[in-house]
Design a protein around this ligand. Structure first.
Ligand code: 3PY
Ligand code: MG
Length: 255
């Protein structure tokens, strides 16, 4: 890396949901439970960081620290539709990702858990998101419009029902999980069947007037998906960035 005098990616976004309406957001998944990683990713220019509580050993106390460090850029991937949604949002997260959504009913339940009445049934609490009560009026007035409700489609069942999932009111974005999708289809990532399935999800989601996102292996793949209208481009993961850069450096140093 080079040292610079202009801090990149440090302006606090008013709302990631509003930013998505303006153009593509680039970021990554965070699995390492330390605020230094979140801050480094923000300074590196991440528009959005999805903290991965589906696959990483992250408890809610850690998630709150990462949200705090992420200055409005942190979305939480919860393991499933449960109280983890409201608890994560109460930390001040900018949105929720639910993996393995396979029906409209599940997408409806996701939206219901993310939105306050009358759009949903999220409970009201004087938590960090509402500045411990001091910012409650403002939070209640803006949360339903600013928080992102994201459903992952990453199985054969989800693919088959993508039209009904994408039609669910209040759902902002369908995020594609290419690895699980390949496994569920019983095909290799990058195969013609896999590519067609991804294309079908992108097309159906855009046709429903929703945004679409995808996990990308690298920048070249992200650029390719951006050209197809994909708006949330999560490239690699924090661990993979660390491991691959370290591995390349170690290997090159032994030459
Ligand atoms: C997948 O590819 O299955 C994902 O969940 C992306 O992280
Ligand atoms: Mg997955």
């Amino acid at each position: 890396m080079s040292y610079g005098s202009i801090p990149l990616g440090t302006a606090v976004p008013a709302s990631l949901r509003a930013a998505l309406d303006q153009g593509a957001l680039v970021g990554t998944f965070q699995l390492i439970g330390h605020t230094t990683v979140t801050e480094a990713l923000v300074y590196a220019g991440a528009d959005a960081i999805v903290v991965d509580a589906e696959h990483a050993a992250l408890d809610l106390t850690t998630i709150e620290q990462l949200v705090r460090a992420g200055s409005g850029r942190v979305i939480v991937r919860v393991p499933e539709i449960s109280s983890a949604i409201s608890r994560s949002l109460d930390t001040g997260a900018a949105g929720i990702v639910v993996p393995h959504v396979e029906s409209a009913a599940q997408a409806v339940a996701l939206v219901d858990a993310v939105r306050f009445p009358p759009l949903g049934s999220r409970g009201i609490g004087a938590a960090r998101a509402a500045q411990y009560g001091f910012g409650m009026a403002d939070y209640l007035a803006t949360a339903n419009d600013s928080l992102l409700a994201i459903a992952m489609v990453e199985t054969r069942e989800g693919l088959e029902r993508v039209d009904e999932i994408a039609a669910v009111d209040g759902l902002d974005l369908i995020f594609i999980g290419p690895t699980d999708l390949a496994a569920s289809l019983g095909t290799a990532a990058g195969s013609a069947e896999h590519r067609a399935a991804i294309g079908r999800i992108i097309e159906a989601t855009l046709a429903a007037g929703k945004h679409v996102g995808i996990h990308c292996a690298d920048a070249a793949q992200a650029a390719e998906y951006a050209a197809s209208g994909v708006r949330l481009l999560l490239v690699s993961t924090d661990v993979a960035f660390l491991a691959s850069t370290a591995n390349t450096s170690f290997t090159d140093s032994r030459r």
